[in-house]
Write a protein that binds this ligand. Structure first.
Ligand code: BJW
Ligand code: ZN
Length: 251
């Protein structure tokens, strides 16, 4: 794979790298994306299920979707893209992953500095009293689990449309975007806000913005470079480039 001279020299000199990921990075592990040509939640738009009103209207349906996804996400493995990012983290003074994904695959691949903007599918809490529940308990209960303390509905600890993002994760993500010398946006359609504003924040603060996606997105016209292809192919090649260009300092 051939990279531009600009990206090669930026990688050689970068102190701080931030990587923003979306559903596309996990597609090669077998997690369906939400939108785009390969998005396979065809029956429902994410907006139909991923919101609190839909949950209250039909908790059985929303839970059916999440229980299916919990099982799926628990049974798959990080792919070459996740692993390459975990290796890259060791080669830069500052390295952060900002993910919109709830699947925990970055941490499972070994990445340490991960900011989760939309929650984590492995956590659950009661909407009445806030009590938390482990997946083992949840999966044993009826389709729409109820709190063992107050009887209210339990929900997955994820961020739905119209809900605020976790404040600490958001603040850390903004800081990571602002301090980045290189900002990679990987496998996201860049349509869901406020997450989709982060590449623009990074660019405004002087970062070199590189998009990796199988197709062009809303971000493409603003990116300094668009690398079209699968993240599981491109990221290992970027890691190779880091290994060769930063070898003397880091190996
Ligand atoms: C590959 C690949 C491979 C495939 N290699 N690439 C109008 C304008 C602006 C904003 C709004 C608006 N109306 C409403 C809003 C706000 C709303 C929003 O942004 N809506 C837009 C859809 C218009 N945002 C919110 O509501 C957020 N909160 C908020 O704004 O709070 C303030 C507020 C408070 C009160 C009232 C109103 C506002 C919250 C957003 C929460 C999003 N939640 C979800 C579900 C999480 C839980 C779960 O997973 O179940 O997050 S929705 C879903 O979309 C999920 C994702 O994280 C998110 C982003 O999707 P992503 O990752 O980009 O996936 P895809 O499928 O879209 O794209 C995959 C990409 O991968 C594609 O481009 C492929 O080509 C690519 N690809 N294979 C590389 N191998
Ligand atoms: Zn409760």
């Amino acid at each position: 794979m051939v990279f531009s001279p600009s990206l090669i020299s930026k990688l050689q000199r970068a102190e701080s790298v931030t990587v923003f990921t979306g559903a596309g990075i996990s597609a090669e592990s077998g997690v369906p994306t939400f939108r785009g040509t390969d998005g396979i939640w065809k029956k429902f738009k994410p907006e139909d299920l991923a919101n609190f009103d839909a949950f209250i209207r039909n908790p059985e349906l929303v839970w059916e979707w999440y229980k299916y996804r919990k099982q799926l996400m628990g049974s798959i493995q990080p792919n070459a893209g996740h692993t390459a990012l975990a290796e890259m983290e060791k080669r830069f003074a500052q390295f952060a992953i900002i993910t919109q994904n709830i699947d925990n695959l970055h941490r499972r691949a070994g990445s340490k500095n991960v900011h989760e903007l939309h929650g984590n599918v492995e956590r659950n809490y009661c909407i009445g009293c806030g009590k938390t529940f482990a997946d083992e308990e949840i999966m044993k209960m009826d389709k729409a689990p109820r709190c063992t303390s107050c009887g209210d509905l339990v929900r997955p600890d994820v961020v739905w449309f119209g809900e605020l993002l976790p404040v600490d994760q958001w603040q850390k993500s903004v800081s990571a975007a602002e301090r980045a010398d290189i900002f990679f946006s990987v496998g996201t359609s860049s349509v869901v806000f406020p997450a989709a504003s982060l590449p623009h924040t990074a660019k405004g603060a002087g970062a070199y913005v590189v998009e990796i996606n199988i197709e062009r997105t809303e971000l493409s016209p603003f990116a300094d470079e668009v690398l079209l292809g699968r993240s599981g192919d491109i990221l290992p090649n970027i890691l190779k480039l880091c290994r060769s260009s930063r070898m003397s300092e880091q190996n």
